[in-house]
Ligand binder design. Structure first.
Ligand SMILES: Nc1ncnc2c1ncn2[C@@H]1O[C@H](COP(=O)(O)OP(=O)(O)OP(=O)(O)O)[C@@H](O)[C@H]1O
Ligand SMILES: [Mg+2]
Length: 337
């Protein structure tokens, strides 16, 4: 009873959207750090681990820099990109009611997203320290927060009605059964399901569960080469081909090389373009926005991959996982059919 009283769900009235994201609310605190610093505080470079708020404060104090504060979360980044590309989209989350939580919700709305928020009156909202090393690699440290309590009972079945696409990321695998419950609701509503595991450690932690989700529900899978290696010892092309038997479309993200796309035993490569890299945060997330935009607007897979590469290679020219407002008109003009 207590838990019920503490929850408030804000449901949009009469909102219609084609794409629905379900995931964590996470504010990114981006700071630069040396390899030695990352090793000492976060272990292996490129990984993602959970720490206390006290640990975050210790890191911020030791580095003595003002972090760049950007609302993030892999799934939310992808949905924001989709909304910016003109696809009506919504984001379903559970988050706190503190300042970070309120700012996060505001940012989703500013990016044209309908927000379906389960308000947690007790736990803090999500935040993630993103340590960027000189080679532009990122290592993540997150804090347990309201998002970790997002559970299948929080999902609003009515919010899946008439949705064409439901997107989830692997961070939600830490919320027991949430991903499967959401994918089941998506399938019951005939929506396409896309999934991006987001981090090789999550693939390692949830390997058998991921295979089961791929077999039963996932239509479009995005993963990078590091994540792919956790699922298969084969070469990238052959692993992509093998996964294309489990899902409709398997997309392997290959950084500056672009991507591989596998579907029905056929694999092709689509190159990215040469750009000046500032920070690779959000590359995979915005790639997914572009690719899914292509699919939802009826493009073939080659065109979807081209748009994915274009968005991925655009966001890395900026700090953080957002493309600045003033660049969107040019992007829309570039990808127009
Ligand atoms: N250096 C680069 N030059 C050009 N394009 C790039 C570069 N890095 C990334 N991209 C584009 O972004 C896409 C996704 O990047 P990447 O392969 O690094 O995914 P990822 O490892 O999943 O990223 P993330 O960690 O953000 O999830 C690539 O497929 C490519 O289109
Ligand atoms: Mg990724």
């Amino acid at each position: 009873m207590k838990a019920l009283l503490l929850l408030l769900i804000t449901l949009p009235l009469h909102a219609h959207y084609d794409a629905l994201g379900i995931g964590t609310a996470m504010t990114d605190l981006i700071i630069t750090a040396s390899d030695e610093f990352v090793e000492r505080h976060a272990g292996k470079k490129g990984g993602s681990s959970v720490v206390t708020i006290a640990k975050v404060d210790e890191i911020l104090a030791e580095l003595d820099q003002d972090p760049v504060i950007i609302p993030g979360g892999s799934c939310a980044n992808t949905l924001k990109g989709l909304a910016r590309l003109g696809i009506p989209a919504a984001y379903h989350l559970r988050d706190g009611i503190d300042e970070y939580g309120m700012r996060y919700e505001e940012n989703l709305k500013q990016n044209n997203l309908t927000v379906i928020k389960v308000e947690d009156q007790e736990l803090p909202s999500g935040r993630l320290v993103c340590l960027v090393t000189p080679d532009k690699n990122r290592t993540f440290l997150s804090v347990p927060s309201a998002g970790a309590a997002f559970c299948p009972q929080d999902l609003q079945p009515s919010c899946f009605k008439d949705v064409r696409l439901v997107h989830l990321d692997g961070y939600s695998l830490r919320n027991k059964s949430l991903v499967e419950a959401a994918m089941k609701l998506a399938k019951a509503n005939n929506a396409t399901v896309s999934f991006d595991p987001g981090c090789f450690q999550l693939v390692r932690e949830h390997k058998s569960e991921i295979f089961s989700l791929l077999e039963q529900y996932v239509d479009i899978l995005f993963l990078n080469e590091q994540e792919l290696k956790e699922l298969s010892d084969l070469s990238a092309t052959e692993a992509c081909r093998a996964l294309s038997h489990l899902v409709e479309v398997c997309v392997v993200l290959q950084g500056q090389k672009g991507c591989l796309v596998g579907s029905k035993n056929h694999v092709f490569h689509c190159p990215s373009r040469t750009v000046e890299v500032v920070d690779t945060t959000g590359a995979g997330d915005l790639f997914a926005s572009g690719f899914l935009y292509g699919v939802l607007s009826g493009s073939d897979l080659h065109r979807a991959a081209y748009i994915g590469n274009y968005l991925g290679s655009t966001v890395i020219q900026h700090m953080g996982a957002e493309i600045p407002d003033e660049e969107w008109p040019q992007i829309l003009a570039h990808i127009a059919p």
